[in-house]
Design a protein around this ligand. Sequence first.
Ligand code: MN
Length: 202
Amino acid sequence: MSLATYKKKRKFDATPEPSGKILKGKGPLKFVIQKHAATRLHYDFRIEHKGVLVSWAVPKGPSLRGEDKHLAMSVEDHPLDYMKFEGVIPEGNYGAGVVIVWDFGNYLALGARDRAESEKLIAAGLKSGQVKIVLNGEKVKGGFAFIKLKNDKKGNAWLLIKEKDAYRKNVDITKKDKSVLSGKNLKQMEKTKNQWTGHAAH
Ligand code: MN
C-alpha cells in the first residue's frame, strides 16, 4: 500500500485535506463513503486496509437494490486520516469541490471474524478482482461486492453490487443526502468554506 500518488496529486498548503501517513489502524476496520461534488458528482467509497484507505469513485453511489450494478473506478489509496475529512477543496486543487462524510462505520470482509482474517481476504480479493465486504454503517448495511471488470484496458473499472441479504431494499438510499458527521448536505457544507484559512504548520 502506498500514499505516493495521493501526495503527488495534492499541495498540502493549499488544500484542507490531510497530508496523512500510513498508520496502524486500531479496533474494528472502518469504511467511509464520501459524497464529493467535484467536476462530476460522485461518491468515494473507501475501506481501511493495511494502514490506508483503499478507494473507489462511484459516480452513482452505492445502491441497496440487488439488480443495480454501479460502476466503481479504482483510485489511489488515501490516508486513514481522510475518513473524517469533509469540507471544501478550493478551486485550482485536485478534486476541487465540496466533500461530506455521507456514511461511516465498521466493516469486515465477508466471512471474516476479525481484523486479521479480514485483511487477508481483502488482500486476496484485490488481487483476484472480487472484494466482498459486510458493512455496518448508518445508511448502508450488509454485504456488498466489488467485482473487477475483465478486458478493461485501464484496469481500474469495477462494479459495485449489493449482496443478497436482509439489507437489500428497493429504495434510493442516495436520497438521504446529509453528512453523518455534521448533518450538513453539500450545499450547507459549501457555505462553511470560509472557515478554513490554511494549515498553521506541518
Ligand atoms: Mn472524489
